[in-house]
Design a binder for this molecule. Structure first.
Ligand code: DGL
Length: 258
């Protein structure tokens, strides 16, 4: 069974990267909607139309499950996609529950795109976790642009993040949640800026655990495989494959940073 990973761009590679470690024998398709990235600054209606087109393409590829490796697309469209299609659809959720379970009664800074933090889904999550006084929300839209152009740890990235992280009383915070899959590329700069007690958490392991719960995994397949698509076009150009490999190598380096 082919398992699809879908994102507006290359953020979803961070979820796929984790899946490749845990499920090395599976067949994966990675779909980055490179024609339409970023989603986070679009209207929910525009994002829904993009997600709908991506799903139609992935279903035509006979995938057995779709991981929406994008918090923004999950926030806007996952409920509607589940009503429309019967295959397992696994969404992303900012790791607020993990943060609060690990560090009870401590504040958490949830970073995400503008759409995700103004959306109904995150309000409901905060309400369900009774975290109204513990969760603070922060949009970091520039990180999506930096990531797409492979600008991971430049002076400009550091300046931007130092500015955005400046006005928090960090003594009150246990952690910073990466609520956008593009943000995983910046763990080293965040680690440099944040006080050591503030942990950096993401939802990748939780998403892959949910995937494993929802599907029947392939047995006895010796070798895993992966196909890349940009907005429905198969990526075959060697320069583009090298671009994707560079992202995956960056994720290797970010993996151990907490
Ligand atoms: N990677 C996406 C997310 O997890 C969205 C980035 C964007 O397209 O704005 O939210």
């Amino acid at each position: 069974m082919k398992i699809a990973f879908f994102d507006s761009g290359i953020g979803g590679l961070s979820v796929l990267h984790h899946a490749m470690k845990i499920l090395p024998q599976e067949e994966f398709i990675f779909y980055a909607d490179e024609d339409n990235v970023p989603y986070g600054t679009k209207t929910p209606e525009e994002v829904l139309a993009c997600v709908d087109a991506a799903f139609r393409f992935l279903i035509s590829q006979q995938v057995g499950a779709i991981v929406v490796a994008c918090n923004t697309a999950t926030s806007v469209a996952v409920k509607i996609m589940r009503e429309k299609y019967s295959l397992p659809i696994i969404g992303m959720e900012p790791a607020l529950k993990l943060a609060l379970d690990t560090f009870p009664n401590r504040k958490v800074l949830v970073t995400a795109t503008a759409i995700t933090i103004t959306g109904e889904k995150i309000r409901r999550l905060i309400k369900n976790l009774h975290a109204e006084n513990l969760a603070e929300l922060k949009a970091l839209p520039e990180l999506v642009e930096f990531a797409e152009r492979q600008e991971f740890n430049s002076a400009a990235v550091e300046k931007y993040l130092r500015g955005e992280m400046a006005n928090y009383d960090w003594e009150k915070f246990s952690s910073l949640v990466l609520g956008c899959t593009h943000f995983n590329y910046f763990k080293d700069t965040l680690r440099k800026i944040l006080p050591p007690h503030v942990k950096i958490l993401d939802g990748n392991a939780g998403t892959i655990n949910e995937l494993i719960r929802r599907i029947n995994l392939t047995k006895n397949q010796s070798q895993g495989s992966i196909e890349f698509f940009y907005s429905g076009r198969r990526v075959i150009d060697s320069a583009e494959i090298m671009r994707l490999e560079k992202f995956l190598r960056r994720l290797d380096d970010m993996e151990a940073i907490k």
